[in-house]
Design a binder for this molecule. Sequence first.
Ligand code: ATP
Ligand code: MG
Length: 200
Amino acid sequence: MRRIGIMGGTFNPIHMGHLLLAEWVRSEMGLNEIWLIPNAVSYMKSEQEVASAADRLRMTELAAEENDHFKCLDLEIRRGGYTYSYETMEELVQTYPLDEFYFIVGADCLFTLENWKCPERILGCCKIIAAVRDEVSAEEMTKKKKELEQRFGGEILLFSFARLSISSTEIRERLRLGKSVRYMVPGNVLSYIEEKGLYR
Ligand code: ATP
Ligand code: MG
């Protein structure tokens, strides 16, 4: 049995905040692997500027290359259309019945979970690991965790993470303004962004 952490996102682009959270969860929670899964179309982000699925997938693959415990899965992008995390998690659990899955999210996601499609089905097949960030107090997170567990069942683990205040939004904004994003994304991802002229 492997313990596998799943981290989904638009990854538009993937950045050091995502990677650091994934690596810390892996090492501190004793996970064997982290699978990064770029979303096809995010129904929550459809109006914003989003790089093509192919570009976001490639950048995520490049980021995963540098860590032997990381890999990038294209199952959501291959499926296409709107992305629902419960479908992805149920598919993974069916495909790999001997493994144990953990769904890793940032604090912001914990506070929108009730608006997701079928949160009870996510919690029905894996545990959620939610990163406690500076902006949200531990008490607020604990309260939310209990409320969600009561409503949807399952288990939510809180992970204390001194958050890197990096977001994809900030990276896109800096690139638009011609500012450097070096050290905010891995070097090979930066090279890809520059080669393809993304987010200009
Ligand atoms: P955007 O600014 O476009 O919303 P983002 O940086 O929030 O992008 P997403 O792809 O939306 O990145 O996030 C994927 C997951 O990573 C979410 O669970 C989110 O909470 C988490 N996350 C994003 N940035 C950070 C960060 N700096 N530290 C920890 N977790 C993060
Ligand atoms: Mg976000």
